[in-house]
Design a binder for this molecule. Structure first.
Ligand code: MN
Length: 261
């Protein structure tokens, strides 16, 4: 038999996710598909948007499907304005458990800071329930019920990107009561998980982690990261002066008593 012709496209999968990471060095969850069946049939599907400061700031938009998270990297982030067509690059599927991941990736692929910027449930719009077919056809209409993002949206694949896999999509808000011209990434920049900003996430972790080889050095991203590192170092509670129950720092100097020689 002649070799089978390669099929036209291959979307990035969980295997690609695992291949890019060393889980000994990364706090990110290792990738296996969600093993629990979509129980009771009626559990709602989740979505999340992770704000990710790596070599560049971007927003990872993820929709649960078949036990994994379909993923697109959106450089400018979602917009509530239906006139905005936000570039969304399809990237490898992520494990289901990744949706809650917030923290610092010290090195390697995606090194930087990850924030859970929005989270909630999603559902395909009528006519798009067959998500696999919608992905092949390059158009998926859906509804979001998150904290920041709600209502009807579409992801549509472009035809002009030159990638054989057709990785280039656009994320667009449909006109409805949840649309508007507020700049949501500026108006609501913080985490829906910890309610803090990047510096808070870094302060909880290791603010000094990138004393050498930072994920971003030059340009606007490098400047942003430098400021965040500085800010985090200031917010990091000192280990030598732990907070007491009333929230005040305990005194580090105590008077010597007469007992001491
Ligand atoms: Mn990312």
């Amino acid at each position: 038999m002649p070799p089978r012709k390669p099929t036209k496209t291959r979307s990035p999968t969980l295997a690609d996710y695992n291949a890019k990471r060393n889980f000994n060095n990364s706090p990110e969850p290792a990738g296996s598909p969600r093993t629990k069946p979509a129980l009771k049939k009626k559990r709602e599907l989740i979505f999340c948007v992770q704000k990710h400061l790596a070599s560049h700031l971007h927003y990872d938009f993820r929709l649960e499907h078949n036990g994994v998270l379909l993923s697109w990297a959106v450089p400018k982030g979602p917009s509530l304005n239906p006139k905005d067509k936000r570039l969304a690059m399809r990237v490898e599927d992520h494990p289901f458990d990744y949706a809650d991941f917030e923290g610092v990736i010290p090195e390697g692929y995606g090194a930087g800071i990850v924030m859970v910027w929005d989270k909630g449930t999603w559902s395909p719009e009528p006519g798009f329930e067959d998500v696999d077919t919608a992905l092949v056809n390059g158009e998926l209409k859906f509804r979001l019920n998150g904290i920041k993002l709600k209502g009807s949206w579409v992801l549509v694949r472009t035809h002009s990107d030159g990638y054989p896999e057709g990785r280039t999509w656009l994320l667009i808000k449909h006109r409805d009561q949840w649309a508007g011209d507020v700049n949501v990434v500026e108006a609501a920049p913080d985490s829906v998980k910890s309610f803090g900003d990047f510096a808070d996430i870094l302060a909880k972790d290791q603010p000094a982690i990138w004393e050498s080889h930072r994920p971003a050095r030059g340009g606007a991203t490098g400047k942003m990261l430098a400021e965040i590192i500085e800010e985090a170092a200031e917010r990091k509670p000192s280990r030598r002066a732990p907070k007491s129950a009333n929230g005040k720092r305990t005194a580090t100097r105590t008077k010597r008593t007469s007992k001491s020689k």
